[in-house]
Write a protein that binds this ligand. Structure first.
Ligand SMILES: [Zn+2]
Length: 102
């Protein structure tokens, strides 16, 4: 499964970057699987994870964007984590993803 180079979330386009040894941009002591940076419109994903983990991480960061910048639902980190994992499993288990970019 390919991770796209960019994703559009509402009116905003985010560059998707795979990063070795990803750490929080605000605290270098915090290792992360993913991070969304709103100002440069960038989603960072840790390198070396399997397909399911990469997809759930991408969805996790997209859900943050939907909640923080568009719908202001007020989801908790735990709710976002569960939605990211659940949606990734749904998409993978039902063959709803393209294998390759067009
Ligand atoms: Zn999060």
């Amino acid at each position: 499964m390919l991770i796209p180079e960019s994703v559009k979330v509402g009116p905003y386009e985010y560059r998707v970057v795979i990063v070795d040894d990803l750490h929080s941009s605000t605290d270098r002591n915090v290792a992360l699987f993913g991070e969304i940076l709103y100002k440069p419109q960038e989603i960072r994903i840790r390198a070396g994870m399997g397909d399911g983990h990469r997809l759930s991480t991408l969805l996790h960061e997209v859900i943050h964007a939907l909640d923080d910048e568009m719908y202001v639902i007020g989801l908790s980190e735990k709710q976002i984590k569960c939605l990211g994992v659940g949606l990734a499993a749904f998409l993978l288990d039902n063959g709803l993803l393209r294998e390759e970019a067009e």
